[in-house]
Design a protein around this ligand. Sequence first.
Ligand code: COI
Length: 323
Amino acid sequence: MKIVMYSAREDEIEFFEHFSDVYGVECKVLLHDPWPYNVEEVEGCTCVSVMTNTQVTAEMLDEYYKLGVRFISTRTVGLEHIDVAHAEKLGMGVANVSYTPYSVAEYALMMMLMSLRHMKTMVLRAWGQDYALTGIRGSLLSDKTVGIIGTGKIGSTLAKLLTGFGCKILAYDIWENPALADIVTYVPLDTLLEESDMVTLHAPSSPENYQMMNREAFGKMKKGAVLVNTARGDLVDTEALICALEEGHLGGAALDILDGDRLINYRDKKGEVICHRQRAVLMSLANVIMTPHMAFFTDHSVSDMVEISMRSCTDFCKEKGLF
Ligand code: COI
C-alpha cells in the first residue's frame, strides 16, 4: 500500500523511513504542498497524508477519488483545512492525529514566562550590547491567576504543569473535565476574562469560537493582562487585539499563530515583501512575542505525527481490505 506524504519537511524523513518499515507501507515523499494543479501526483497511492499548509478542497478530493485515493490523513490535530463533509460524501475516510500534548502545553508555559520577564526586549537589547535593567523588571507566574480557555488534552496538560508554579488556575470549557477538579476552578468565560492576569487559548477553530477574543472580550480582561495564543489564529480578532495593546489595556501578547499566516509559516521569506499588515504592527510592539506556529515542533511530536498518520492509513486500509 502506498501513501503520498505531502508538505514533507527534511526533519520528518527519518520518521517516514522508520515507520514505513514498521507498518510495511511504501511512502511517496513530496516536499511541496498539495494544490489543485498537482492532483495527478497521487496516482497509484491509496492514501494521502497532508499538513495544514494548503486547503484540500472538494474539487481536489473528487480528483483524488477518481485516481484511487480512499483515505486522507492529516499529520495535525486540526482538520479545518480538509473538506471533511465532501470526503465523507465520496466515501473516503479522513483522520487527524493526536500527538503528545506536552509540546504545545510546555510552549504555552514558556511564552507566559517569556512575557512576564520581558524576554523579547531583553534579547533584542543584548544584541546591541545594552545590558541595562531599565523597564524590564519582571513579575512572577506564581503571583498570577492564569485563565485557560479550553481544557482538552493540551489545556489540561498545561493546567497540570502550572500546578508546579503555585499560581491560581481558572478554566473555561463547554465540557468541564472532572479530572481537573482538584487543580482548576471552572468559571464562566466572563469571570475568567475579568479575573485572569494571563489568558491562554486552547480551543479548536469552529464557527462558534470564531473571534471569541474580540473587542468586547478584550474589554473584559484585566488591565495589563497578557493573551497567549498557541491554538488557532481565527480565535482572535487581530484588529481588536492591536487596539487593546495600543490603548495600553492589555499588557502584552504571546502569539504562536495569527489569522491569515498560513502561507507565511514554515517558509523562508527572507527578502520578500510580506503582505500582512497586522503582523507587521504586532511584530513592532515590544510587548508582543510572535513565533511561526511552532509550538508542536518537538522530536516527540514529529515522531507521533508521522507514526499516527501512517497507522491510521494502514488501519483504514486493512479494515476495507485494501492492504
Ligand atoms: C495541529 O496539529 O493542528 C497544529 O496546530 C500544528 C500543525 C499546524 C503543524
